[in-house]
Design a binder for this molecule. Sequence first.
Ligand code: PEP
Length: 247
Amino acid sequence: MRKLAAGNWKMNGTSDSLSEVVTLLAALPSPACDMLLCPPATLLARMAQLAQGTALQVGGQDCHAHAAGAHTGDISAAMLVDAGASHVIVGHSERRTDHHETDAQVLAKAAAAQVAGLVAVVCIGETEAQRDAGSTLDVIGAQIAGSVPEGSTAANLVLAYEPVWAIGTGRTPTIAEIAEVHAFVRARLTARIGAQAAGVRLLYGGSVKPSNAAEIFAVPHVDGALVGGASLKAVDFGAIVKALSLA
Ligand code: PEP
């Protein structure tokens, strides 16, 4: 399976930041893995124009579950497609926390994205308290059952395991902990969507940086990364893409 390096710019970036994309594409015109950047909505169409005809794909960071209507401030999956997106992140822990998104809402967003022709990048992950309580696998299992649309395929689903306590903190699980969760995720996804699960890219996310990328990418069932902070700079994201290309 072709691996995926995905970057989430979160609420960072203005027009000037697009120069990072130009630098990235100049350094890595044809990497041996897929490359995705999810900028804020204000930059999406311009980034998609820059990415046209290149190895870079562009995605949204969230979408509404409905196709259109009276939902001030929200963006539908079809609008993301119209702006040039191929993917959308749904259920990021910051949205689950800041906007109190439930598994059912995340599932509805993922399904809407897939209907619109987008790849849904569904995020799951335990909090620190849940890990300390020994309930990591229970939490992950429930999130897979609750957030992943039943008819998902290898072509329209990417699943990102992001321990909440590892996001933006510089802390990461041990290699053994990542291996345990990713093997579990593959098994639970197979129970949920069947044989298609074998081809779904499972990303690890949470403080991935150039210095730890190679050892994380060597873990079985880690098919790429979802990268926050280190995706903002072409030099760092490029180094992660290179590490994944070699994995
Ligand atoms: C993220 O936001 O999905 C993420 C993994 O962030 P960071 O890489 O900064 O920890």
